[in-house]
Design a protein. Structure first.
Length: 194
């Protein structure tokens, strides 16, 4: 798998590819959810959610299933889950939620297709109090409920991918204003003004 530096360099240098919605994405999520629940130590996982663009019917996306996994204890994830998933070929990163080097940290795994090496799943493991991560579900649900907003997001992603294809981090950063604005709208619509 290489050193941490090599894995980080590979992860950030892979090009951004946006594809049309694939109706097989929910089934891919369900298969991986079953796999994780079957192989992870009992009592660690609280819930597993499908989020990101692949969770919004009709929305184009990077062809990577984003999964948000609530765990009871991230230290247990570091000690027991990370070695287990790495032994099964997953890439593991202990990464900051915000910026480059600040708390709170969470466990992030990349699963790849064994034949092509292409990413198939991003697995984000967090504890229940990681609000920034759970807000992603508000964003997902708002896009599902507001197709006009989803269409604007689709157009933005396609334009940004064309501009920043070789700059994955720049692509992600360029979407953040839109995501933050819509998440605020979703929070207000749900009555959660906190």
């Amino acid at each position: 798998m290489g050193s941490l530096e090599e894995r980080i360099r590979r992860a950030v240098s892979e090009p951004v590819e946006i594809v049309d919605y694939d109706p097989g994405w929910p089934a891919s999520f369900a298969r991986e959810k079953r796999h994780l629940l079957g192989c992870l130590p009992e009592g660690i996982v609280v819930r597993i959610e499908h989020f990101g663009s692949t969770a919004v019917p009709g929305l184009s996306a990077k062809p990577i299933i984003d999964m948000l996994v609530e765990v009871v204890d991230l230290q247990v994830v570091r000690e027991r889950v990370a070695p287990l998933l790495e032994s099964r070929g997953y890439e593991y990163f202990w990464r900051p939620t915000f910026g480059d080097d600040g708390e709170p940290f969470y466990a992030w795994f990349i699963k790849r297709d064994p034949q092509t090496g292409a990413r198939t799943h991003h697995i984000h493991m967090v504890e229940g109090g990681f609000t920034e991560h759970w807000d992603r579900l508000l964003f997902r649900d708002y896009l599902i409920e507001h197709p006009d907003v989803a269409a604007r997001y689709d157009a933005l992603k396609r334009a940004l991918a064309a501009e920043t294809r070789a700059h994955r981090v720049r692509y992600t950063e360029a979407k953040s204003d839109f995501i933050n604005r819509v998440t605020g709208d979703a929070r207000r619509a749900s009555g959660d003004v906190g």
